[in-house]
Design a protein around this ligand. Sequence first.
Ligand code: SF4
Length: 165
Amino acid sequence: MIASLRTMTYDELKGLIEKGARIAVWSCNTCAKASHGFGGEESMKELASRLRSDGFDVRKEELMPASCYYDGIRVRKEKWVADGEYDEIDVIIPLACQEARAAMTELFPDKKIVDDSRTAGLGVLNDSGVCVLTDPFEWTGLDPSDEGLDLKSVARKLGLFAGPF
Ligand code: SF4
């Protein structure tokens, strides 16, 4: 499973989005959810609601079992087009891994895709159902760990964040 970290705080996220921009929050409900709740339905709904109460125009909440499948993202895009919703979105906030974000960037070239995640490496679920990092990617400078590294500690070391906005 992919271990995802968040690159920015909620205030930083708000600073990237123009007031009046029409927003979709698009969440992965699999690894990103297990990454301390960076993604998942609850995080998606909470972020959408927080942004709305701060005056932002959140038009869509899109939850995918696994957003990584390029074709799955493409199918949702086609549905947006068929439903006449495609042109009603300016900004997508992905609560998903870097790879899903890259697919969105390719499939939605005319939209702003917020660069809010980094993949720290591969992990497994611990006894509590939370992802721990076992095989960090080289850029992290961390060593592999059979027991798995806690993502919150990893995030602190890397100057990133773990969990929901
Ligand atoms: S989108 Fe990324 S985080 Fe979500 S299931 Fe796919 S690989 Fe895992």
